[in-house]
Write a protein that binds this ligand. Structure first.
Ligand code: CA
Ligand code: CA
Length: 297
């Protein structure tokens, strides 16, 4: 009985081992088959991944190229802007340097005067008193002139864009801020100057060459309609020159046009880019425009 049992166990064990071996042999063949078939499949996957990677790389390069082009344009614009700023700053620096040079000359002149007066005082005697009085008067006169000049320059330094220039014994102040005619005049007077009075063709040409916009000048017919006078009450006949704009078919300037302002046009301006030298117009005094102050040097 035991022997039979042992034999049957052996047979079962042998059968099971045979199945396992058979299974093992079967799996091995299938995997080998899969490996054999799988090679081209994996190659395709690799190729697709490679192609996608290349596409991404190309896309990235395109984006980088676009960004680089935009950055180049931006940098170029920035460079142009910087160049303009440098040029502008250089101009301002030269103007300020010129002002400082003028101030230095004035201060030196005052110092010389002071030294002379002090010398007189040191050696004073009865005979030198009249000379001292003359020196003192001259000194006071110079002091007043220098103070006015400094006030004029201070007015300019408070307005960064202002242009100032000297010509024919006058100092001119071209404002960059805009006021009506009366306020423009008040500003000039506060700086020891007045709105400009144009007394010659060469002065008209010089001013036009410096203008960038329309400017008030010291010409008006506020007191009597049609009687044009300068701020010092000189008439155009007295100064001997006038540069009103002329029209062929309609009334020339001054035309006291009343469409925009029922009070008419009583203040004079220069429009620098109109019709050569003849570019004076009368306009409403209420307009806010740039203006030119002038004073003797
Ligand atoms: Ca008028
Ligand atoms: Ca007019």
């Amino acid at each position: 009985m035991d022997s039979d049992y042992q034999n049957s166990s052996f047979i079962l064990s042998t059968v099971a081992s045979g199945e396992k071996r058979s299974q093992y042999n079967g799996n091995s063949t299938e995997e080998q088959e899969n490996e054999r078939k799988g090679c081209p499949k994996w190659t395709k996957v690799h190729l697709i991944v490679l192609a996608v990677s290349l596409l991404f790389a190309l896309g990235g390069l395109c984006i980088l190229g676009t960004l680089y082009a935009r950055l180049s344009v931006k940098l170029s614009a920035q460079e142009t802007k910087s160049t303009l700023m440098v040029r502008e700053l250089t101009d301002k620096y030269n103007r300020v340097r010129e002002h400082l040079r003028t101030k230095d000359i004035m201060v030196r002149e005052l110092t010389d005067n002071y030294t002379r007066v002090r010398e007189h005082l040191r050696t004073k005697d009865a005979a030198s008193v009249p000379a001292m009085e003359r020196e003192l008067k001259e000194l006071m006169s110079n002091y007043t002139r220098v103070r006015e000049q400094l006030s004029f320059y201070e007015g300019q330094s408070s307005d960064c864009e202002t242009i100032s220039t000297a010509w024919g014994g006058k100092l001119y102040f071209f404002s960059s801020h805009k006021l009506n005619w009366l306020s423009s005049r008040a500003f000039c007077v506060s700086k020891g100057a007045d709105l400009v009075i144009i007394t010659s063709q060469s002065e008209q040409m010089f001013l036009i060459s410096k203008m960038k916009d329309w400017y008030w000048i010291g010409l008006n017919d506020l007191d009597t309609e049609g009687r044009w006078v300068w701020v010092n009450n000189q008439t155009l006949t007295e100064t001997g020159v006038q540069f009103w704009y002329e029209r062929n078919t309609q009334k020339s300037e001054p035309d006291d046009w009343r469409v925009e302002d029922p009070n008419g046009e009583d203040c004079g301006i220069v429009k620098p880019h109109v019709s050569g030298l003849n570019n004076w117009f009368d306009v409403s005094c209420n307009y806010k425009l740039n203006f030119i102050c002038a004073k003797k040097q």
